[in-house]
Design a protein around this ligand. Structure first.
Ligand SMILES: [Zn+2]
Length: 277
């Protein structure tokens, strides 16, 4: 089995696809008349470029939602991937030894085994960062795919350099981890609850109907953002339980479950929020 075959392709419409890798990272492919956008590249275990090429042969613009490894790992399959300058510092903390260790630990996981009975090959994969030379600074605010215009929106909180993309014509936002209904503020370069709250409020003010995020393979309705905003209000009065993130990049913190309706909404933070006296 080729490694691109491990990527699950979910068609949302003729123009929008989700590519879900073995780690469960969902990258988004948006196909215009002249160009296509790949938003995120997955953890790097699977050849996402080959998976994209099964769907379209249009020239490809590749943008990473932020600098965490499960979004930029697959950048090694491309010549150029744009990432916010504000997350560049995360790359300095990753080297090939660490990423190889994480990749092999993911390979031991049940998630991977359910997808491919030949999981032994995972151990043979050598991850190449290419010294991150393929990562370029995201220095533009909009782009044109021919019949579709995309605009970059800054969504700081999950990480300082998190960005989303709005396609006004499709009434769609690509939100990366920044708009994940399980709001996670424990990983590298993360911001404060206040920062995340203003990012959600800013997103609510945008004119769209649906959004996609990186660790969920469904099209989400904008209304979920209201529940997320409520989750981030008065956090010092809410109940948090101790939480350990069990997979790479690992992490510890406190989890507040806001709602389990339709789409679960919650908040994971490093420290229990306390009242400022
Ligand atoms: Zn992340």
């Amino acid at each position: 089995m080729n490694s691109q075959d491990m990527i699950k392709t979910i068609k949302i419409s003729d123009k929008v696809y989700i590519l879900e890798d073995a780690f469960g990272t969902c990258s988004n492919l948006v196909i215009g008349a002249k160009k296509a956008l790949l938003f995120d590249t997955g953890c790097g275990l699977d050849d996402i470029n080959a998976a994209v090429r099964k769907i379209t042969d249009l020239p490809l613009l590749v943008i990473a939602s932020h600098g965490h490894f499960d979004h930029i790992g697959g950048s090694r399959f491309f010549d150029k991937v744009f990432l916010s300058e504000k997350d560049r510092n995360i790359l300095d903390t990753y080297d090939e030894a660490l990423l190889n260790k994480w990749i092999s630990e993911m390979g031991d996981g049940d998630d991977y085994k359910t997808q491919d009975s030949e999981n032994a090959i995972v151990q043979e994969i050598t991850f190449g960062c290419k010294e991150w030379k393929q990562i370029a600074n995201l220095d533009f605010g909009r782009f044109d795919l021919g019949d579709l215009e995309g605009e970059v929106i800054e969504l700081p909180g999950h990480s300082a350099g998190s960005v989303g993309i709005i396609f006004r014509k499709l009434r769609l936002v690509l939100g990366g981890d920044a708009l994940s209904p399980i709001i996670t503020l424990i990983f590298k370069n993360h911001g404060s609850i206040e920062e995340q709250r203003s990012t959600i409020k800013k997103s609510i003010d945008l004119d769209f109907d649906y959004f996609l995020v990186s660790h969920n393979n469904k099209l989400l309705k904008k209304e979920i953002l209201y529940s997320m905003a409520a989750c981030l209000e008065n956090t010092e009065e809410k109940r948090f339980i101790k939480y350990t993130y069990p997979k790479p990049p690992y992490g510890e913190g406190y989890f507040h479950v806001h709602s389990l309706r339709d789409e679960p909404v919650g908040l994971i933070v490093e420290q229990r929020p306390t009242k400022i006296k």
